[in-house]
Design a protein around this ligand. Structure first.
Ligand code: NAD
Length: 490
């Protein structure tokens, strides 16, 4: 889309970097216009391609919330600045944000967490300045859920080795691009030894390749605690999707909240920059929204396209404006002294060229993203043994009775019943505890002897035997890869 005449720059679009601008919903238009005004005034060499996504797209009948022209624009430019997108009620359950993230495999979410001048928080003066790198497409956010019984729900937590490797390498690349020194991998590996444990193991392995970086592992709940009691210790942190989701919001809270929190979604081919906040419908159209978060996101965009000088200029002008505290929007100004977005923007533009001592001096370089080949990631094991099967059954009976019936079902089969668990706790043979019982049990069957073939005949026979007395919902093979158990112990 051509730019309006009054903002058309002197240079030709050819000399500029094309960037897709998606204003989005609610205050999106206002903050996007504000940010473009500041960037244009600062001389950013950007040719904006305006594109539609969000509520308006849904209302036009586009079920993904992102029209093909928008996807084409992003694919073409590879860089987008995006406002908040709403999913209006009654237009399906798909979020346009998730659609964009998944279509372009933007696997890394990067959230800088830095104290800003003039934004007073209980942590002001601590010099908080770190980055949360969150895996963006795997984990429980794959959204693979099943009701196992009418009252027991399950969500699959899928973690892949390549997913861990690419997010850890991205965290290392962010550290190197910003001259940072330490990467903290935060996981729940002490409990989820295979999924979260994979992130810990891959992190430890991969970070050995980065001689200039120190690395550490931290249990994620302690990481949350440490972020509150000693946030200065962090430099770059990296986490799986849900942990990163929660801790990045916590981290944003330390420095002034979502309203001033920027972010980048990075993939091999596309980088999309956006404020963390939503569309703030209560204040939309009133001209009072704070554009700081989108402006900080735009600084990340400028550095991504290699325009470090403009990024620095805008950052200093923003800092000077916040420090002086004049014409701040209502959300960050003292009570009753809020200025309109327009005045705040004019103040930032007037401050272009001034320097603030509060901006941390960093030598930024572009984030050196590894390009991952489009292949099926497959890792063979040298040896593979099938040692048994977990069968999940629904039953209203007590564990002792279930043990008798499942034990009897296994008689004459290729298996022995090794134990029964309820939500991870062993209930048969009884351990003498006080486990609360529900109608969902995991029965572990082990092969009496290793199967001759692939074990399917034996498993089918066992399921038929169990099915005569119990409703079973799903099974999991118990395998050993290269001699190591590929399942959690009971
Ligand atoms: P929200 O961030 O829009 O609002 C939370 C609070 O912060 C409100 O009081 C709001 O007025 C205030 N606020 C947010 N941004 C502000 C700004 N720039 N200036 C001044 N005040 C600001 O969160 P919400 O109310 O939970 O969500 C509203 C809508 O936005 C929902 O439809 C949600 O799905 C969507 N949303 C989109 C994104 C995204 O596109 N990335 C993110 C979050 C929420």
């Amino acid at each position: 889309m051509p730019l309006p005449a009054e903002t058309a720059p002197a240079e030709t679009a050819r000399e500029k970097v094309p960037v897709t601008a998606i204003p989005g919903d609610g205050i999106g238009r206002e903050v996007m216009a504000a940010v473009r005004q500041v960037l244009d005034a600062a001389g950013a060499r950007i040719a904006w391609e305006e594109a539609l996504a969000g509520a308006e797209a849904f209302r036009k009948g586009i079920s993904t919330g992102a029209p093909q022209e928008t996807l084409d624009s992003i694919a073409r430019t590879g860089v987008a600045l995006k406002g908040p997108l709403e999913t209006p009620v009654g237009y399906g359950e798909k979020s346009a944000n998730v659609t964009l993230r998944k279509i372009f495999e933007m696997y890394g979410n990067v959230r800088p967490v830095r104290e800003l001048p003039g934004i007073h928080t209980p942590f002001s003066g601590r010099g908080i300045d770190f980055v949360v790198v969150r895996e963006n497409v795997e984990d429980v956010y794959a959204g693979i859920e099943h009701m196992q019984t009418p009252s027991v729900a399950q969500c699959l937590k899928l973690i892949t080795e390549v997913g861990c490797e690419r997010i850890v390498r991205l965290a290392a690349a962010v550290a190197e691009a910003e001259g940072r020194k330490k990467v903290t991998v935060a996981t729940k590996a002490n409990i989820m030894k295979l999924t979260e444990g994979m992130m810990k193991r891959v992190g430890e392995q991969v970070l050995k390749d980065y001689a200039g970086l120190t690395h550490e592992h931290m249990i994620v709940d302690n990481c949350a605690h440490q972020m509150v009691i000693r946030p200065e210790q962090f430099d770059v942190t990296v986490m799986t999707n849900m942990n990163g989701d929660i801790l990045s919001d916590l981290a944003a809270g330390l420095v002034g909240g979502l309203g001033v929190a920027p972010s980048a979604n990075l993939g091999d081919h596309v980088a999309m920059f956006e404020a963390v906040h939503g569309s703030a419908p209560q204040i939309a159209g009133k001209g009072i929204a704070n554009p700081t978060a989108l402006l900080l996101s735009a600084l990340m965009l400028l550095r991504h396209i290699g325009d470090f000088a403009t990024a620095r200029k805008v950052e200093h002008a923003l800092y000077v404006t916040l420090e002086e505290g004049r014409d701040l929007t209502g959300d960050i100004a003292p009570e009753g002294q809020g200025a309109p977005t327009r005045a705040f923007v004019e103040r930032i533009i007037a401050n272009l060229g001034r320097e603030s001592e509060k901006v941390p001096e960093r030598e930024y370089r572009p984030i050196a993203l590894k390009q991952w080949p489009q292949i099926t990631w497959y890792r063979a094991a040298t040896t593979r043994e099938l040692v048994g099967v977990d069968v999940f059954v629904e039953s209203e009976r007590d564990p002792h009775a279930i043990g008798i019936t499942l034990g009897a079902a296994a008689e004459g089969s290729a298996f022995t019943l090794a134990g029964i668990g309820s939500r991870g706790a062993q209930v048969w043979p009884a351990m003498g505890g006080h486990t609360f019982l529900v109608d969902h049990f995991r029965a572990r069957f082990l092969f009496k002897e290793p199967p001759k073939g692939n074990g399917i005949t034996e498993i089918t026979d066992l399921l038929q035997r169990i099915g005569r007395q119990h409703n079973w919902m799903h099974i999991e093979k118990l395998q050993r890869f290269d001699g190591a158990p590929a399942y959690s112990v009971a």
